[in-house]
Design a protein. Structure first.
Lengths: 168, 161
């Protein structure tokens, strides 16, 4: 019996950090994709760093809209990019990583690519920023590559897993 | 080995103003509804459970429109509305988690995440004040807008054991 929810790949950042985490040659055999990650920015000199998502190495035709809460206020933002705000930055509480859950439906379909993301860092002493994010890549190409970056370099032990979902 | 996460059905829009999942098996614990695509023109998206069109639905939600955050609540809707969002000709998606959908001892709760970049992002909870097991889910537009064939709806079942 075919598996509905299947791990495609896990990538873990080694010593020295990484400028990006890159899922390449994504199989074109699923219907939806899910990314779950645990990230920390090891070089950006702030308690919070923004994470960015790119499909097929294309930085055009992207848009994002998010709702956030930081423990003191709620707000909303938008940009011509694909954001996953935020993850702990280099000056956040030590050994603390942020988590995210990203859902990308119909990644092979010949239509624009919407995605949903929930992202949370929690630094205990500050630097928290919970976000609910809508991202859109206005491109009808099938997604075959997903690149995750941050304001700085991803720290050692940052990891992400890509899952494929079959709808039949 | 039994599957934990299993597709029940995938429907495509037909050019009509609604789709319906009928005869939903009661053998899972939770349901997940994934909707992705567009509508022929701007419309709110409503969800009806078991054909109930009485004022038996409540919704509480928070939204971000790109400039500001807000929250609202309504306790007497005739469908799950202002929860599954607003669609038009740009791309959008909704994830809905129907928890314990077949439990005959409780009212039914759904957690929803709606994402439509040209409009807003939303997280919310809906309540259907009925103890009946959910056996049908109808997704419909609020006006004459229709769902094209490129818009897809998938229902998954999740087993807790």
């Amino acid at each position: 019996m075919a598996t509905t929810y299947q791990k495609i790949e896990t990538i873990t950042v080694g010593a020295g950090g990484a400028t990006a985490l890159d899922f390449v040659s994504i199989p074109q055999t699923f219907d939806d994709l899910i990314i779950k990650f645990s990230f920390r920015d090891g070089t950006y000199g702030s308690t919070l760093s923004t994470c960015y998502m790119t499909f097929n190495n294309t930085t055009s035709n992207r848009s994002t809209r998010w709702l956030f809460g930081n423990g003191g206020a709620a707000g909303s933002g938008n940009a011509a990019n694909m954001y996953l705000p935020n993850i702990p930055g280099a000056t956040a509480t030590a050994s603390t990583f942020g988590n995210a859950d990203v859902y990308i439906p119909n990644y092979r379909a010949s239509q624009n690519k919407s995605s949903s993301a929930d992202v949370v860092p929690e630094g205990n002493t500050g630097g928290t920023y919970m976000s609910l994010v809508a991202n859109l890549w206005s491109d009808t190409a099938a997604i075959n590559r997903i690149t995750l970056t941050a304001d700085g370099n991803l720290a050692q032990f940052s990891s992400a897993t890509l899952y494929g979902i079959k709808n039949s | 080995m039994a599957k934990t996460y299993e597709p029940i059905a995938t429907l495509a829009g037909t050019g009509a103003s609604s789709i319906i999942f009928s005869s939903i098996p009661g053998t899972f614990t939770d349901l997940v509804l994934v909707m992705n695509g567009t509508a022929s023109s701007d419309t709110n998206v409503f969800v009806e459970l078991n054909g109930d069109t009485s004022n038996n639905y409540s919704v509480t939600a928070m939204t971000g429109d790109g400039s500001s955050a807000s929250s609202y609540r309504n306790a007497n809707y005739a469908a799950l509305q202002s929860l599954f969002g607003y669609f038009g000709t740009a791309g959008g998606m909704v994830l809905g988690h129907f928890m314990s959908y077949a439990n005959a001892a409780i009212n039914k709760v759904v957690l929803a995440r709606y994402n439509y970049v040209s409009n807003l992002t939303l997280a919310g909870v809906g309540l259907w004040r009925s103890n009946s097991a959910i056996t049908s889910i109808k997704v419909k537009t609020s006006n004459s807008a229709t769902f094209p064939t490129s818009t897809k709806f998938t229902l998954y079942g999740i087993k807790a054991a």
